[in-house]
Design a protein around this ligand. Structure first.
Ligand code: G3H
Ligand code: 13P
Ligand code: ZN
Length: 332
C-alpha cells in the first residue's frame, strides 16, 4: 500500500475548486509511453499548469501497471528537475470499470480514480460509485463518476441525444455517491471519428459538427452550483495532423473532432477537467510518419520518437494556453 502523497502527487480537489472559480479547465492527458509522459510534464512545467496524467485499463495492459505508476512518480521528479518547485500532478485512473481495479490503483499510489458505471442501470451506477468513493476517501483519493453515455460515431444524432446526461438525476447521483466530480454526456465522444460527415454542416468548405448541448450543461450547473464537471472525448482532431498522416502513407478518412472554440466555451463553465487522448495519438503518429518518410534510412527509435515527443509537447502547450486556459494556474 502506497499513498500518493508520498510520491509527491496531488488529488484533484483543490485544483478543481480553483478551476471552477477561475473559469478554466485542467488538462487530463492520457499516457501509455515514456515520450507521452515526458511531453506532458515538459508542457505543464513550461506553462506553469496543474496537470492530470491519466492511465486507462488499456494503458495498464500495454505498459504494465507498476511501470506507469513509477513513471508518474518519475514525472514529479522530472518536473522538479525542469525547474518547477511545486508541481501539481495528479495520477488518475481513466474509465475504471470495477471496484477492484479502482482499489488496485488507489493501493498503488493513484491520487484520483474514475469509476465508469455510465452503461449500468442508474441504481447500479450509484451503488458502484458509492462503493469506490467510500474506499477512496479513506485515503483522500478523489473520485470521478459518470452519468450519461457518450455517443459513438455510428449513432444517429437523435440516438446520441437520448444518451445525454439527464439534469434531473444529477443532484440525487452526486449526493448519494459522494463523488468529487461528474463526467457528463453533452455531445462529445471518444476517438478521432466523433461525427459522420452527414452529421456536420459544410461552412466555407469545412465540415462543422453540431454544437455541444450547452443548454444541458447550464441546467446541470444550475442544479449543482460549483460542482466540478468533466468532459470526456474532447480531442479536436486537428486537420493539419490528419493531413500529415495521410500525406505520408496513412489512411484516416473523415476524422472529425470537437471544435476548439466549443471547448474554450466549456472551460469557462463548471467544466474543470477536459480529457484529451486522440490528439496526442495523432500528433505522435503524424510526426513519426513524416520523419520515417523523409529519413528512410533511420532505424534508431530515438530518431523518430524525438520529433514525435516535440510534436506532442507543442500540442499539449497549445491546449493548455489557447483552449483550456490553465497556464499560470499553479497554486505556488
Ligand atoms: O477514453 C478512452 C481513452 O482514450 C483511453 O483509450 O482505452 O484505448 O487506452 P484506451
Ligand atoms: P478523445 O478520444 O477525444 O481524446 O477522448 C479521450 C478521453 O475521453 C479519455 O478518457
Ligand atoms: Zn473518456
Amino acid at each position: 500500500m502506497v499513498n500518493y502523497k508520498d510520491l509527491g502527487l496531488v488529488n484533484t480537489r483543490e485544483m478543481f475548486k480553483r478551476a471552477v472559480a477561475g473559469g478554466y479547465a485542467i488538462p487530463a492527458f492520457n499516457f501509455n509511453t515514456m515520450e507521452q509522459m515526458q511531453a506532458i510534464v515538459m508542457a505543464a512545467v513550461e506553462t506553469k499548469s496543474p496537470v492530470i496524467m491519466q492511465v486507462s485499463k488499456g494503458a495498464r495492459n500495454y505498459a504494465n501497471a507498476s511501470i506507469l505508476r513509477y513513471m508518474a512518480e518519475g514525472a514529479v521528479a522530472y518536473a522538479k528537475e525542469l525547474g518547477c518547485a511545486h508541481p501539481e500532478i495528479v495520477l488518475h485512473l481513466d474509465h475504471g470499470d470495477s471496484f477492484e481495479l479502482c482499489k488496485d490503483c488507489i493501493d498503488m499510489g493513484f491520487s484520483s480514480v474514475m469509476i465508469d458505471g455510465s452503461h449500468l442501470p442508474y441504481e447500479e451506477n450509484v451503488a458502484l460509485a458509492k462503493k469506490v468513493v467510500d474506499y477512496a476517501h479513506q485515503f483522500d483519493v478523489t473520485v470521478e463518476a459518470e452519468l450519461g453515455v457518450l455517443a459513438g460515431v455510428e449513432d444517429e444524432v437523435s440516438a446520441a441525444e437520448s444518451h445525454y446526461t439527464k439534469p434531473e438525476e444529477v443532484i440525487d447521483f452526486a449526493t448519494r455517491t459522494g463523488c468529487d466530480s461528474l463526467a457528463i454526456s453533452i455531445g462529445t465522444s471518444h476517438g478521432a471519428h466523433k461525427f459522420t460527415p452527414e452529421q456536420c454542416t459544410l461552412v466555407n468548405g469545412v465540415l462543422v459538427p453540431p454544437p455541444l448541448a450547452f443548454d444541458i450543461l447550464a441546467e446541470i450547473e444550475k442544479k449543482l452550483p460549483g460542482f466540478p464537471i468533466v468532459l470526456h472525448g474532447s480531442s479536436s482532431v486537428p486537420m493539419d495532423e490528419v493531413n500529415t498522416i495521410n500525406q505520408f502513407g496513412g489512411h484516416l478518412e473523415a476524422a472529425i473532432g470537437i471544435p476548439e472554440e466549443q471547448l474554450r466555451k466549456a472551460a469557462k463553465s463548471a467544466v474543470c477537467k477536459i480529457n484529451i487522448d486522440s490528439d496526442s495519438r495523432l500528433a505522435m503518429t503524424a510526426a513519426i510518419r513524416k520523419h520515417l518518410a523523409e529519413h528512410p534510412g533511420d532505424f534508431d527509435p530515438r530518431q523518430y520518437l524525438k520529433p514525435a515527443r516535440e510534436n506532442m509537447k507543442k500540442m499539449y502547450i497549445h491546449k493548455i494556453v489557447n483552449v483550456l486556459g490553465s497556464d499560470g494556474k499553479l497554486a505556488q
